[in-house]
Design a protein around this ligand. Structure first.
Ligand code: NI
Length: 260
């Protein structure tokens, strides 16, 4: 059974068949998903999805792309989402993204740190998005080491050294469709360097569609079996074993006890 630790099923890509996709998750081998907010609107829609479907949980937070639109009251709103629903399990996705620089870097850093502070206050796990910004991101992550006890480096593009440092802090590494791409050399090195007990399986759907599908196709949680198979090939175990271990990992990470 798959635990997809990072979805965006509230995305408009599912507007025509969202209920079908979500209702058929379990029959397609996906027991649980965590839908991640990326701005205030999608944080709200993630909470709504988690409220509607028993097998959907939510993370709430603002992605670095959209941190330029954040205002101080948003922190209180995110806090309330987390405190008011036991289906809201994490703060995320938050971090730094210097690939697109959609928000100025000082603004990204300011709101990343504010949301890390919120996670520390709530003792909540964190879903981290870091792209081409590991220098600055690790400065903030190191500052919160020992305070923020659980975090996952989602869609990990870190070097094995940085991934190992995060694993040393007790953190997890998120692995999805990118592991199936021809270019996936770094993440395979990371997988060989860390224990499978620190890996979370994810899609980031509708994005990051795994091979054998086209990258242009809409991704879905059920396609995680292809990523699990490739992770298994790297580690010399079956895809089913990868699914089982990462399912347990995600339940532990998000503190979900109602295992399927
Ligand atoms: Ni995402």
């Amino acid at each position: 059974m798959i635990f997809d630790s990072h979805t965006h099923l509230d995305d408009s890509a599912y507007d025509t068949d969202r209920d079908d996709v979500i209702s058929s998750l379990i029959q397609n081998g996906v027991g649980l998903v965590v839908n991640c907010g990326a701005d205030m609107a999608t944080s709200a829609s993630s909470v709504a999805l988690a409220t509607k479907y028993p097998h959907v949980y939510a993370a709430v937070g603002v992605h670095p792309h959209d941190s330029k639109d954040m205002v101080e009251e948003d922190i209180a709103t995110l806090r309330n989402y987390y405190l008011e629903s036991n289906k809201v399990k994490a703060i995320g996705e938050i971090g730094l993204d210097y690939h697109y620089d959609n928000s100025p870097r000082d603004i990204q850093k300011y709101w990343f740190e504010k949301q890390m502070e919120l996670a520390y206050e709530l003792s909540a796990p964190v879903v981290l998005h870091v792209r081409e910004a590991f220098g600055d991101a690790m400065d903030i992550i190191r500052k919160y080491n020992g305070k923020v006890k659980r975090a996952v480096l989602h869609c990990c593009s870190a070097s094995p050294e940085i991934a190992l440092e995060c694993v040393d802090y007790g953190y997890y590494i998120g692995v999805g469709g990118a592991v199936t791409f021809k270019s996936a050399t770094k993440i395979k090195e990371v997988l060989k360097a860390i224990p499978l007990e620190r890996v979370l399986l994810e899609t980031d759907c509708p994005y990051m569609t795994p091979v054998p599908y086209s990258r242009r196709d809409r991704n879905e949680p059920k396609y995680s079996s292809h990523s699990a198979k490739v992770i298994g090939e790297v580690l010399g175990i079956s895809g089913e074993e990868v699914e089982a271990v990462t399912y347990t990992n995600a339940c532990k990470f998000f503190d979900i006890t109602d295992k399927m």
